[in-house]
Design a binder for this molecule. Structure first.
Ligand SMILES: *[C@@H]1O[C@H](CO)[C@@H](O)[C@H](O)[C@H]1NC(C)=O
Ligand SMILES: *[C@@H]1O[C@H](CO)[C@@H](O)[C@H](O)[C@H]1NC(C)=O
Ligand SMILES: *[C@@H]1O[C@H](CO)[C@@H](O)[C@H](O)[C@H]1NC(C)=O
Ligand SMILES: *[C@@H]1O[C@H](CO)[C@@H](O)[C@H](O)[C@H]1NC(C)=O
Ligand SMILES: *[C@@H]1O[C@H](CO)[C@@H](O)[C@H](O)[C@H]1NC(C)=O
Length: 497
């Protein structure tokens, strides 16, 4: 295959597309680009520890009377009939700046009064939970290849919970700020505050959920968002000496946890999965230093080795090393035979077409202010990111110390934040083992492997899944979330179904 000279310019660039995206900036590129920037000395990104905002002006929480009913979605265009309720709309998080976040909420198929509330966040930074989470991973519907009609996902997580998808921060998807200079102030801390203010307002709008057991889940860069939001909730509960939000636990998958181990684990995975040569891996081992305190520019030898690795993986979807690529991004007039079990690598294009339709936006109560840009799966308008701690391990430790359930899962075919990275990051926490490593089962098959640590941290792999675990292994992912929410260990017997 022809070597692409462009690849020499970049550090971790990843393109899963052979058909080059025109509009669609994909989740599969965003994180790679972000790392590339963050690892540079001159990035300007603040990498110090996360600090929650302690004071939130009460004027940011508004009465939400009557707004829930207005947000009810009768039916999405092209949607098959279902019996659960859906809602979508905006929550203003800063009136003065005109900043509002878009949410999509699906109530549970059964027992919505007793099942917990689960917030799902995608990463990026800058990628949409509607694009990925709702429409390609764990939501109730997937988009047909015609970009117009929907089909059911039998493994939707609203079989286990009432699921809330949030497009965050402002500038992602339908979420916006009228003060567009706000987009340049984006970063982890501001995202956490806005997400928290969003929740306070959303729970006013949906008061029946205000004391419900609440969990936060997410993948990829949401490895930052989820613990940061959880930390903020705990802080505010403590300061107020009352349970403002009834947070019980968090779940993060293929998550950005600790830069040094994340990057080292990535190269070790590429080497152990026959994607790069031993020479290249040795070169990286010998010449690269990914420690956050190492401020020197990387050496020529390190650059040469990582460039070599970049070339080797260029034509592989590094977010699922065994997955096919999307070779034709055109929509089809007649929908291709859909399959939840066999993920279509061109799905981003179908979702892009669907969510940019006027009738869809109207039905979802989205884009009410007629934004001047398209809906994108990953934001083009957030161009700067001010702060991103090099590690979130202290937050995970704090959540555990406060009795929250913490689960970390990993699709074992992801090469971007692979299982090796997550294992190295957990190892850094030096936790004592409670239940030693064993396979977990579903339908008489190994669903993955799990190890449970003292202090209540569960690590679980999902076998055969890439970065977006529920896209590739929907049934195993549903089993995982059910066990997480029930607080039951993953089954260690083959007879489990
Ligand atoms: C809270 O916000 C209101 C309205 O924007 C403002 O008038 C007030 O000064 C703020 N309070 C504090 C303590 O910042
Ligand atoms: C943003 O501006 C539009 C047009 O003036 C207005 O309708 C909308 O309510 C504003 N959004 C917020 C969150 O204030
Ligand atoms: C917090 O609330 C508990 C129970 O209502 C009370 O006993 C305690 O004194 C309070 N602590 C503070 C610091 O207000
Ligand atoms: C891509 O798919 C479209 C729609 O099915 C088809 O018309 C077109 O010929 C295909 N293009 C290529 C290069 O295969
Ligand atoms: C919002 O609507 C306008 C006008 O229809 C459209 O041009 C724009 O692409 C839409 N933007 C988003 C984010 O949906």
């Amino acid at each position: 295959m022809e070597r692409n000279p462009f690849v020499l310019l970049v550090f971790l660039i990843v393109s899963s597309m052979v058909a080059a995206p025109i509009h669609c900036k994909k989740q599969t590129q965003t994180l790679g680009h972000f790392y590339e920037r963050k690892m540079k000395r001159s990035s300007g990104i603040d990498k110090s520890g996360f600090k929650a905002v302690h004071y939130i002006n009460k004027s940011r929480v508004h009465t939400q009377q009557g707004m829930k009913e207005k947000d009810r979605i009768e039916k999405l265009p092209g949607q098959p009939g279902v019996l659960f309720q859906q809602y979508g709309g905006y929550v203003t998080v800063d009136k003065a700046a005109g900043r509002a976040l878009y949410y999509y909420f699906v109530e549970a198929y059964h027992s919505k009064e007793s099942l917990p509330l689960l917030l799902w966040l995608n990463g990026g930074p800058g990628c949409s939970s509607l694009a990925y989470g709702a429409m390609e991973e764990l939501g109730p519907f997937r988009v047909h290849s015609n970009g117009k009609t929907l089909y059911r996902n039998r493994y939707s997580w609203n079989y286990a919970a009432n699921v809330l998808f949030l497009e965050s921060p402002a500038g992602v998807g339908f979420s916006y700020a009228n003060t567009t200079s706000d987009y340049d102030d984006s970063g982890d801390s501001k995202t956490a505050v806005d997400n928290y203010v969003f929740l306070l307002n959303w729970l006013e709008r949906f008061p029946e959920y205000s004391i419900r057991k609440f969990y936060i889940a997410g993948e990829s860069y949401a490895g930052h968002y989820v613990p940061q939001l959880a930390h903020t909730i705990l802080q505010h509960n403590k300061n107020a000496n009352t349970t403002i939000i009834n947070l019980k636990g968090i779940l993060i998958g293929n998550a950005v946890i600790n830069d040094e181990t994340d990057v080292k684990g990535m190269y070790d995975y590429l080497a152990s999965h026959a994607l790069i040569s031993d020479e290249t891996a040795n070169g990286i081992e010998k010449h690269c230093n990914f420690a956050p305190e190492d401020d020197s520019e990387s050496s020529r030898e390190c650059d040469a080795a990582t460039d070599e690795a970049g070339q080797d993986i260029y034509y592989v979807d590094i977010y699922n090393i065994y997955a096919p690529l999307c070779h034709n991004s055109s929509l089809t007039i007649r929908p291709k035979e859909p399959s939840v079990a066999n993920f279509d690598p061109c799905s981003d294009y179908y979702v892009y077409a669907y969510l940019n339709r006027d009738d869809v936006q109207e039905a979802m109560h989205a884009n009410v202010t007629k934004l001047d840009h398209d809906w994108e799966p990953c934001s083009d308008i957030i161009r700067r990111w001010g702060d991103s701690p090099s590690t979130i391990i202290p937050l995970l430790q704090e959540l555990m110390a406060n009795g929250l359930r913490v689960w970390i899962f990993s699709g074992d075919a992801d090469g971007r934040i692979p299982v090796t990275s997550t294992k190295y990051s957990i190892k850094k926490m030096k936790l004592a083992v409670k239940t030693k490593w064993h396979p977990w089962y579903l339908d008489g098959e190994v669903g993955g492997y799990t190890e449970v640590y003292k202090g209540d941290l569960t690590f679980a792999t999902v076998r055969g899944a890439g970065h977006q675990v529920p896209s590739f292994q929907p049934k195993r992912a549903l089993s995982l979330i059910k066990h997480f929410l029930d607080g039951t260990p993953l089954p260690d017997t083959l007879n489990y179904n």
